[in-house]
Design a binder for this molecule. Structure first.
Ligand SMILES: [Zn+2]
Length: 335
């Protein structure tokens, strides 16, 4: 079996005497007995890559053509918020790109800001700094060193565990779960091949607000240790096999990995998934090479709610080998 991922295959691990654990083999079997990979895009490439046809352009999201809307901007197929500046599409118009999708990204950015800051994800304006509230003095900046400015009367944002060599960063986030979901779904619906589009029309209508659904929208979130194990974003789309071992699996699985993070979802509301209603549906885990050597933090999220979540507490741990601590304390009142 050959998998995957950038340029690594099982042979790489065998050649380097890295033992492939049984749980990882099971994960791979589980995936490949039920799914085929139909799309893979790696954004760690030298030149810009555009998906789709440059001539006769038409927006797959709002269905308007180049006489009805404009296609002047370069539309990122995968958000540039998570470090993509190589993969673009020809089939997203300026209006969809500029209005609706910017809103999705803004919620996703709020949702992940602290984690992106700690993990040093290069977004639109470089690596984000982190503050609990705009008006706070306390902030985290990570460039060559971790710089923490903390004011005594504001909520603690960093706890330094010197014995266990862990820095725990904590923060608060305000976001709409459904908008975070749509940010991810939009990427899935951008990379899905043209010929599969009729199968995902309901998801497209949900994304664009043309239809509403009341049901759970599960997303599997994983967080891995180490410095940028995934680097630049890489994304995959898997399609259910006709002949498979597990009957009750959704038709399309999407996964995006970048920095220390992996998000996985299935494309919801497919007509071909109607037989799954009321059944226990298997949400199969897509393995990454990191699963060979580490067990990530996993969360199964439900991002279906349209209600704003206010000041939700969340965190991320950062472990390190050695460190040099500099006390840059200043007393603001003296100034
Ligand atoms: Zn459009």
């Amino acid at each position: 079996m050959t998998i995957f991922y950038r340029y690594i295959s099982f042979d790489y691990f065998i050649m380097n005497n890295i033992i492939i654990p049984q749980r990882f083999r099971l994960m791979c079997n589980n995936l490949y007995e039920n799914y085929d990979c139909i799309v893979k895009y790696d954004t760690d490439i030298e030149n810009k890559h555009f998906i789709g046809n440059k001539e006769n352009r038409s927006c797959r999201f709002c269905n308007r053509n180049q006489r009805e809307t404009k296609f002047r901007k370069e539309a990122h197929a995968i958000s540039n918020l998570i470090g993509n500046n190589r993969l673009f599409s020809y089939y997203e118009c300026d209006e969809c790109n500029g209005v609706l999708f910017t809103q999705f990204e803004s919620h996703f950015s709020n949702y992940m800001r602290l984690r992106h800051c700690v993990s040093q994800i290069h977004g639109k304006n470089g690596i984000p700094s982190y503050k609990n509230r705009v008006e706070d003095f306390s902030r985290i900046d990570i460039k060559d060193m971790i710089s923490v400015a903390q004011k005594e009367d504001e909520d603690a944002i960093v706890n330094f565990d010197r014995e266990r060599h862990i820095i725990h960063f904590s923060g608060k986030r305000t976001y709409k779960p459904s908008m975070v979901y749509k940010c991810l779904l939009k990427m899935a619906l951008t990379i899905i091949p043209e010929e599969e589009l009729p199968n995902v029309q309901n998801a497209m209508d949900y994304l664009m607000g043309r239809k509403k659904y009341m049901c759970k929208l599960p997303v599997l979130y994983r967080q891995y240790g180490g410095i940028h194990p995934f680097g630049k974003p890489i994304c995959f789309l898997y399609k259910r096999k006709e002949k498979r071992i597990k009957e009750n699996v959704p038709q399309y699985l999407f996964m995006i990995a970048y920095g220390n993070f992996v998000f996985q979802l299935y494309i919801p509301f497919c007509d071909n998934d109607k037989f799954l209603q009321g059944k226990d549906c298997n949400f199969i885990f897509i393995p990454t090479p990191e699963d060979i050597t580490q067990i990530p933090i996993k969360e199964l999220l439900d991002l279906s709610s349209d209600d704003r979540v206010e000041k939700e507490e969340y965190g991320i741990d950062f472990s390190f080998g050695s460190y040099e601590e500099k006390d840059l304390t200043i007393n603001i009142n003296d100034k």
